[in-house]
Design a protein around this ligand. Structure first.
Ligand code: NDP
Length: 505
């Protein structure tokens, strides 16, 4: 073990010892009804990390029944008490931060410095935000006609299903569960079968801090079984899904039986525009972060670098130098800046896009292959890749979801906007300029849910997150998320109204 390796005997062993390998239903860790299991592999070398219970349809039904039983008491509990449990959970996540970070790193391939200093703090912050929100999210009184009081309650929906992907499993637990639980819903969550470990550990921490049995249930398993059952389940009132647009459509289709509410956080093809008056050093750095953080496996990744022709060459020279210097390696090494992609299947998808780019006449400016280091040969590694292409090429239109950025150029603001808006996605976008008026004008014109000016990839639990078009609908975080996890109920009271009888008898 190198001196720089974060897998000190204690942290690594503690994390592995901490692995919970069963489903979490009704406050207990249990085997799958049919006894099936699935293997969880390390993206670093494809070695077996753990064998865990694989949920199925019967397990989803058990979990939904537990969540239904827990709902009345949970939804009627004082909001401040629900909030307190979320605040305690945030503290517990911080107290177990090293262990959770290591678990996330060995399961997903996130560099340990990111897991420890981004994922864990953001997860705690999100639970803390919604813990504080629980007793501050209010209904309203509507000024209606004299003699009547009309007030609007924000009532929880009931049992909600949440299908969470493999790119940020720890953080997404808090993004999904934070508002759902604060609002008084109970939850059945399917983490990705590829990366269930941190979610199961959070469930255990929830149990330790005192969440009542059945309020949260975790059923790892496959999309066509567990995911499909959650989406179609007649007693689930809302389904929240994060993943691909194609699967999002299947969720909508499956949800129609009971017309459940659907929230979709789908793909993206983030435009990142650099104008000729931008601070180039900041833009180079921010643009690299925009695409290469988490190996580009982010729906908001700045995967289209749209450069003003006047600065394109000088920008690219610096950007390529930075790209080639990114330290790709074992995610447990403290100095690693980019780890492996999260699965072999996904690595192969990303590698296929390198061929697609070449076939359509694209030029590979950096990367485009696996690292030469034999120590990484068994893992899901791809070097940070920069490709010059045309706006209509597939790599400029489709979500690659890897360390793969497509470079395009423009000559006028109008052209930049038109290239940026020329995909079917609309999630995150960034722009770099010293001109404030231009920045605001472009931000209004960019089609999407989020825009960063002279920055990229900022998120905060108070700020709404979500997209338009093929990027989905509904919002995570902030007051918007609380709205999305509640139903408005309008209550009418006759306090002093002399209403004529409707039927004169
Ligand atoms: P999918 O959308 O196929 O899968 C996401 C989750 O949905 C997984 O847990 C999956 O389970 C589940 N799922 C699959 N089919 C169904 C179904 N019929 N009903 C309910 N749930 C289902 O994404 P992939 O992981 O295959 O990745 C493919 C692409 O999706 C990526 O390349 C990327 O472009 C995009 N993506 C976007 C994410 C985002 O943050 N918006 C996150 C992840 C992926 P199972 O794995 O068993 O199929």
């Amino acid at each position: 073990m190198s001196a720089q390796d974060a897998r000190g005997p204690n942290e690594h062993e503690e994390a592995v010892r901490g692995i919970r390998d069963k489903l979490y239903i009704d406050g207990a860790f249990v085997d799958a009804a049919d006894g099936r299991t699935l293997d969880v592999l390390s993206p670093h070398d494809n070695a077996l990390i753990a064998t865990i219970a694989e949920g199925g349809v019967e397990d989803v039904d058990r979990a939904v029944a537990a969540a239904e039983r827990a709902f009345p008491a949970w939804s009627e509990m004082a909001a401040a008490d629900r909030g307190l449990l979320l605040l305690k959970l945030a503290d517990a996540i911080e107290a177990h931060g090293d262990e959770l970070a290591m678990l996330e790193t060995i399961d997903t391939g996130h560099p340990i410095r990111d897991s420890r200093f981004i994922d864990v703090p953001r997860t705690a912050a999100c639970f803390r935000y919604f813990g504080g929100m629980a007793d501050k999210f209010q209904g309203s009184v509507v000024p209606v006609e004299a003699g009547f009081l009309n007030y609007v309650l924000r009532a929880p929906i009931g049992v909600v299903g949440q299908i969470v992907p493999w790119n940020f499993p720890l953080m997404f637990v808090s993004w999904n569960m934070g508002p759902a639980l604060a609002a008084g819903n109970t939850v059945v969550m399917k983490p990705s079968e590829i990366t269930p470990l941190s979610t199961l550990r959070v469930a255990e921490l929830m149990s330790e801090v005192g969440f009542p049995n059945g309020v949260v249930n975790i059923v790892p398993g496959y999309g066509h079984t567990v995911g499909q059952r959650l989406a179609e389940h007649p007693r689930i009132g809302k389904i929240a899904f994060t993943g691909s647009t194609a699967t999002g459509r299947r969720i909508v289709e499956a949800s129609k039986g009971n017309l459940k509410r659907v929230q979709l956080e789908l793909g993206g093809k983030g435009a990142n525009i650099v104008f000729d008056d931008a601070n180039i050093v900041a833009a180079v750095n921010g643009s690299a972060w925009a695409i290469f953080h988490n190996q580009g496996q982010a729906c908001i990744a700045g995967s289209r670098l749209i450069l003003h022709k006047r600065i394109a060459d000088s920008f690219l020279e610096k950007f390529l130098t930075l790209t080639r210097s990114i330290k790709v390696g074992d995610p447990c090494e403290l100095t690693t800046e980019m780890g492996p992609l999260t699965s072999t299947l996904h690595r192969d998808r990303v590698v296929d896009y390198i061929k697609v780019a070449k076939d359509q006449g694209g030029t590979i400016l950096a990367g485009g292959m696996a690292p030469a280091d034999p120590a990484l040969a068994k893992g899901c590694y791809v070097l940070p890749t920069v490709v010059c292409a045309k706006p209509t090429d597939r790599v400029a239109q489709e979500e690659v979801f890897g360390p793969f950025v497509t470079v395009l150029t423009f000559e006028s603001d109008e052209e930049a906007l038109s290239i940026a808006n020329a995909t079917e996605y609309g999630l995150g976008a960034g722009l770099w300029t010293a001109d404030l008026a231009r920045a605001h004008k472009m931000a209004r014109g960019l089609r999407g849910g989020i825009c960063w000016i002279n920055s990229y990839k900022r998120v905060n639990p108070g700020s709404p997150f979500g997209g338009v078009g093929k990027s989905g609908y509904g919002r995570e975080m902030g007051f918007e998320a609380m709205h999305d996890y509640t139903e408005a109920r309008s209550i009418w009271v006759n306090v002093d109204a002399q209403v004529p009888p409707f039927y004169k008898r």
